[in-house]
Ligand binder design. Structure first.
Ligand SMILES: [Fe+2]
Length: 148
């Protein structure tokens, strides 16, 4: 597996870990804290993917369909994430929404690591992956700084 995919997978493991912790607590303060951590992980990751990885896939016939689906999943995640952000964390509805959000993100991760990775491997060569990784890392760091 190429280095770029390894980077994404490492982020995914981190994200799934925080999501797991978040669905296990009902305490508002703990939820606030973990949610902040989740946003700081998810937002830069997704934005960096969208600016450095997905556009290259959209341009290739063999990867376009999976990329379009991945981007739609990003969009839905973004909508739900914003709702979670606005809603009081102590409410029951917040827990229900978070539980659906967790399923959404887990589904997206699964799709990305299977379908998207596979079609990306067909569409892009090793030099391109090296470039994408470099741009992805830089972009993620940049966005992380603006979030804090
Ligand atoms: Fe993604």
């Amino acid at each position: 597996m190429n280095e770029f995919f390894q980077t994404l997978k490492k982020d995914h493991v981190e994200q799934k870990g925080i999501l797991g912790q978040l669905t296990e607590t009902k305490e508002a303060k703990k939820r606030e804290e973990l949610f902040k951590k989740l946003r700081e992980e998810l937002v830069p990751h997704i934005k960096a993917e969208e600016s450095t990885f997905y556009p290259l896939l959209l341009a290739k016939k063999e990867a376009r369909e999976d990329a379009l689906e991945g981007l739609e999943e990003h969009h839905v995640s973004d909508v739900v994430l914003k709702e979670l952000e606005k809603m009081p964390k102590g409410e029951d509805q917040w827990g229900a929404k978070m539980s659906v959000f967790k399923e959404l993100v887990e589904h997206h991760i699964k799709d990305e690591e299977s379908k998207v990775f596979k079609s990306a491997e067909k569409a892009l060569d090793q030099d391109e992956f090296q470039n994408i990784k470099k741009n992805f890392d830089e972009e993620k760091q940049k966005i992380k700084k603006t979030l804090k």
